[in-house]
Design a protein around this ligand. Sequence first.
Ligand SMILES: Cc1cc2nc3c(=O)[nH]c(=O)nc-3n(C[C@H](O)[C@H](O)[C@H](O)COP(=O)(O)OP(=O)(O)OC[C@H]3O[C@@H](n4cnc5c(N)ncnc54)[C@H](O)[C@@H]3O)c2cc1C
Length: 335
Amino acid sequence: METRPEHIYECIVVGGGIAGLQAAIQLGRYQHDILVIDGNRGRSTLCRNYHNLLGWPDGVSGLELRRLGRSQALHYGVQFRSDVAVNANRLGFARFSLDTATGERLFTETLLFATGITDAVPAIPGLVPALGDTVFICPDCDGYEAIDRKTTVLGSGDAGAAMALELLYFTKHLVFVNHHAEAVADSLQKALANANIPRIDGDILQVEAGVSGPVRVTLSDGRSLETERCFLAFGGNQVESELASSLGAQCETKHHLAVHPRTKQTTMPNLFAAGDVVAHSEQVSIAMGDGAGAAIFIHKALLGEHVDVCQMPSPNQVTRTSPAHARPGRLATEP
Ligand SMILES: Cc1cc2nc3c(=O)[nH]c(=O)nc-3n(C[C@H](O)[C@H](O)[C@H](O)COP(=O)(O)OP(=O)(O)OC[C@H]3O[C@@H](n4cnc5c(N)ncnc54)[C@H](O)[C@@H]3O)c2cc1C
């Protein structure tokens, strides 16, 4: 029989990005005993400028939002640990245990997964430092920044082609650089040709960008082009839902965790999820809303109230219509 651990948290939040921090602030204000474990690698560490947020007309970086969120949560007594959760188990007495990469075993009554998505950004010199200033990944977030500007899609195959076509809403001055000359479906090739979007097959060697542009893209064969804005679409992003799945939480078709729309509880009791790891999030404001919503129902669960779990539709009820974010070339994941 397992011995009762010395300390059992009321909630461990896995992931200290936007959703996790907003949840931690809300849970801290209930004065619950909360720990945030964060690997410090999320999308909010990559974006140098969010332009579409209420209250930030001149933009704000992900790192600044994280810094502010963390200090706000600390004010309410939330604890933080820089670590990575690597293993999780269900238990009788504490409901969950969590093992971390540094070898700790932690115990908690409830768990919130706010683990986000890991973007497939190739190791091209100059790319990451430009993210959010002149190089973007989401037309819904940043299509505005490309309006009527020379815009280059740096992508691969169908994902890149689809992104270029989507950007036509904002600008006609488009080029698609097809990294590694990946195959593009015939229908997309035709659509690119019809829209007069040139495709350049080659290997991207480096990207040089100032804070406001222009951006120079150089290929390994010596060709280079100058553009004002870039959008990335390499496909292959990974939804970080594996650990929650190992506890029995079910996923939707693209590996996003399925949650109850109101409570954010997964298909497993006391196991919640918020932010990009959940389908239809993929924006800061939505991740914040998810985090706050999850925290409210975690609070109710801790008080012993009934909280609805997610009910998955039976297989013949599952709709295969992809949400906008699940199209190739968007923020969302390519399986
Ligand atoms: C370049 C770029 C530009 C963007 N631009 C915009 C924009 O203009 N407007 C907008 O609204 N949105 C934008 N987004 C999207 C926005 O950043 C995300 O929607 C938001 O960060 C989601 O928040 P999150 O908390 O779900 O995930 P994240 O911010 O990615 O945080 C997840 C956290 O979980 C941690 N984590 C994961 N697994 C573990 C584990 N096992 N153990 C411990 N920690 C773990 C990670 O290290 C990370 O810190 C952009 C994204 C990128 C990459």
